[in-house]
Design a protein around this ligand. Structure first.
Ligand code: ZN
Length: 565
């Protein structure tokens, strides 16, 4: 891996916000956010005179905030600089229940919460189509492949109900800004960028491994991005070996933890070889590459390249760069938050983010740009690892099967579950009608869901849709993840430490490990220090809006004014 890394390149708003949050919690937020634009715009005008040349959003997928406590002594470069010179919001957390990638990136991009922006999950069951749809799928667009390869992925922001900060920056600027959003996952790049338009580049790695965009964003490949992809073919890394970056003594916990998954062809321990049984152009190799830190290095290098080719931060006015590093998520799902693999991905991200900041210092100028660093969600400990260490935990691996069996038994063959996706269980129209027609059947189903050892509570879809007042914090959180037609009919609220899946671990609950993420501001106009006031990643877009003089009427987060000069 050293060889390959070397080759790659060496509160005036508090009251309004609280009212909006309160109203959001009871499900009537859409009409009432109209209260906020005057306030946001007024604030924005007063601070826009010192607007930065470039606003930068850096996201690490699945970075739970405890990583700062556990591993920050291992960081010396980019993450270290953010921690030492940034404004750190120690109590930042997502306020909603369905803590997944699409919801998190869109919340950072828009400043709104899922109940308003509509990207409530990575996927949901469409009862009319009788199929699962993903948050970014759009059959009306065509993939635009950059450089080489092919992909079938057709993606856009059509399900996103509000504009992003990037959309409003483009709409409200007198000079057309240059906007670049890059991520390994389409839902991440789209969540940060939004709907697209002139001067806006949105890039992701499509199904099959081809770097691409879609006709939602451009009719033809951007020549500079395509040239970068051609200069850096992924399959050049075939056969390379991922070894540890840091001296062995710096890693905490154990490399060979029996709770870790063994994603083929890898074992639980370093080194990890980048290969597949079928060769360099095989999807299994692409998955292996994505699970290695090489994917993050590629995204970082592409971002640095496009900063230069697109002159980001060079002209009067404000441009935007959004980068999401995804290796941590792919690694974390398999190896868990205490693994040497996760620590190594973080140590290498420290290097990558360092390189990015150093490039911005050189090309844009230190003091001319501002950075927000955060994550789209956290992660739960691997249940077996938690249990082995005396902490609560467990798995739901058989829950959807139990529910399905019960439906079959109660209603007869053919009454299938629409979608069992993590905490949410969606029924087909036919199954729901049959369930309702059978006296006592729904109660039985709910009783089965409640009987699982990891279930804390079960909500019905109607509980989320209701605007009746509640003091239940879990119901409030899940109402912030409710959007009509896009939620399960039954929502299982897991106890802390419980995860829906047969191996490894993940996220997607209202529990602290999934909700808590870092939130750091850094650079121009930022007052460094530790801030203990409540904050959420929904505050990033309103803060960017305030410092650039952009009005963001649908935002629900607050301006992090205490950290601004
Ligand atoms: Zn994610």
């Amino acid at each position: 891996m050293n060889r390959t890394i070397g080759r790659i390149g060496a509160s005036a708003f508090g009251i309004v916000t609280n009212i909006v949050k309160l109203l959001a919690a009871v499900g009537v937020v859409v009409g009432l956010t109209l209260l906020t634009p005057g306030v946001s715009a007024q604030r924005a005008r007063t601070v826009a005179t010192g607007a930065p040349r470039l606003v930068v959003l850096v996201v690490m997928d699945q970075f739970t905030s405890s990583y700062i406590d556990l591993y920050s002594s291992q960081w010396t470069r980019g993450l270290r600089r953010l921690l030492d010179q940034g404004a750190i919001f120690r109590n930042a957390a997502y306020p909603y229940g369905n803590t997944v990638t699409c919801a998190g990136h869109t919340t950072m991009g828009t400043g709104a919460l899922p109940a308003t922006h509509g990207m409530v999950g990575n996927s949901w069951y469409d009862r009319e189509l009788d199929q699962t749809v993903t948050c970014e799928q759009d059959p009306s667009v065509t993939p635009v492949v950059l450089g080489t390869g092919t992909t079938t992925g057709k993606h856009s922001a059509r399900f996103m109900k509000v504009p992003t900060f990037a959309d409003e920056l483009r709409r409200q600027s007198t000079r057309q800004p240059n906007i670049v959003s890059i991520a390994e996952k389409p839902r991440s790049a789209i969540g940060m960028a939004g709907h697209g338009g002139p001067g806006t580049v949105v890039i992701w790695e499509g199904a099959g491994g081809a770097w691409s965009s879609s006709t939602a964003y451009t009719d033809a490949p951007w020549p500079d991005a395509a040239a970068f992809v051609r200069r850096h073919p992924t399959n050049e890394f075939y056969g390379d070996v991922w070894t540890k970056l840091l001296p062995e003594s710096q890693y905490r916990f154990t490399d060979d933890n029996p709770a870790e998954a063994k994603p083929a062809p890898w074992t639980r321990t370093f080194p990890h070889s980048l290969q597949s049984p079928n060769g360099a152009d095989d999807p299994a190799f692409v998955t292996t590459w994505q699970r290695s830190p090489l994917a993050d290095a590629f995204v970082t290098d592409m971002a640095i390249d496009l900063v230069r080719s697109r002159h980001l931060g060079r002209d009067p006015g404000t441009d935007m760069l959004a980068v999401s590093l995804g290796s941590l998520d792919v690694t974390g799902h398999q190896y868990g938050p205490r693994s040497h693999e996760v620590q190594d991905v973080l140590a290498r991200a420290d290097q990558n983010i360092g390189r990015l900041l150093e490039a911005l210092d050189k090309d844009v100028g230190e003091g001319n740009y501002v950075v927000a660093f955060s994550a789209d969600h956290g992660v739960t400990r691997i249940p077996e690892d938690a249990l082995a260490n005396g902490e609560p935990g467990g798995r739901f691996s058989s829950l959807s099967m139990m529910a399905e069996q019960l439906l079959l038994w109660t209603l007869g063959p053919g009454k299938k579950v629409g979608l069992a996706d993590g905490a949410q269980l969606s029924l087909t129209k036919q199954a729901m009608a049959a369930l309702k027609a059978n006296p006592g059947a729904e109660e039985q189903l709910v009783a089965v869901l409640k009987s699982a050892p990891g279930t804390a509570k079960v909500f019905r879809g109607a509980d989320l849709a209701s605007t009746a007042e509640t003091t239940d914090p879990d119901l409030r959180a899940w109402r912030l993840s409710y959007f009509p037609g896009r939620n399960g009919d039954y929502i299982i609220v897991p106890k802390p430490g419980f995860y829906f899946g047969p191996t490894g671990t993940g996220h997607g609950s209202q529990n602290e490990a999934d909700q808590r993420v870092p939130l750091i501001l850094f650079g121009r106009g930022v007052r460094p220090g530790q801030y203990l006031a409540p904050a959420t990643p929904a505050d990033i877009a309103p803060t960017f809006a305030a410092i650039t003089g952009v009005s963001l009427p649908m935002a629900q987060g607050r301006v992090l004014g205490e950290a601004l000069r």
